[in-house]
Design a protein around this ligand. Sequence first.
Ligand code: C2E
Ligand code: CA
Ligand code: CA
Ligand code: CA
Length: 274
Amino acid sequence: AKRDGRGVVRVFDESMDENIRLRRAIEGGLSQAIAKGELSLVYQPIVGREAFEVVGFEALLRWNTEDHGPISPAVFIPIAEESNLIHELGDWVLAESLKVLAEWPGQYVSVNFSPRQFRRHNFVGRLVESVQHAGIDPRRVQIEITETAIFDDADRAADTLYKLRQMGFRIALDDFGTGYSSLYNIRKFALDCLKIDRSFIDGMGRERESAAIVHSIIHLGRALGLGVVAEGVETETQLQALRVAGCSHMQGYFFSRPVAQERAKEIAEARFIA
Ligand code: C2E
Ligand code: CA
Ligand code: CA
Ligand code: CA
């Protein structure tokens, strides 16, 4: 029994080691990714519910490594988030996504900020400096943050969002419904829209619970005068159900996958998705 116990411990240790090795490899690779030109952004259109007019694009980070091919942001962002690397990546993403705005006739770019980026010292000042440096109207920049970023220190977050909104930035609450938001608290935050997490859209046709959550978020958004963006719309059935429910905007493979800059420009110029 003793030997078995040790065996179990050893196997566990080895998989831990493997995990740590992998994290270190990713950290090491990421710290050079910018210099090696391995990062890029793709853009996914966000469309209005009636005419599918393209109102903006979400910028999504891609990392194509020389040695191991593409690695998903769902894997490397959380690792970057544990160190200051997230700031380096975030600065690159912001500067890069502000550049594409010049090519689009009027749409906004929606940029993801992790909780650590949002809480960084002088977050507002840095953003303002970036848009001024790029000569961009802040109204064409949407900041996507998650509930986790704002509910931990709600008063400070409310203050930050208020300042950003005063400067003209748009604010989206991302992955809404998956965090700890209290509906009571949501009023104190200066927001433009709620983004319904893809998991609820995915479950909508199968489970009454998901459909109920989607409906509640849409009602809440409307009651508070906020836009509501459904993420991960993949089918016509989902689209029709969301339309009936009164969802104002949609995003997902049904309309377009995230695309490279050149294609995003064509979509932006066409203004509508057929
Ligand atoms: P997110 O912000 O919730 O982004 C939406 C994710 O859903 C993206 O995955 C997008 O490609 C995917 N998606 C969009 N439409 C559909 C659909 O119809 N079906 C399916 N199955 N998926 C769809 P992606 O690009 O892999 O990004 C994953 C996460 O990584 C993002 O989730 C975000 O949390 C993070 N991330 C990506 N880029 C950045 C960035 O520049 N900065 C930060 N801080 N985080 C980022
Ligand atoms: Ca997002
Ligand atoms: Ca999201
Ligand atoms: Ca998500």
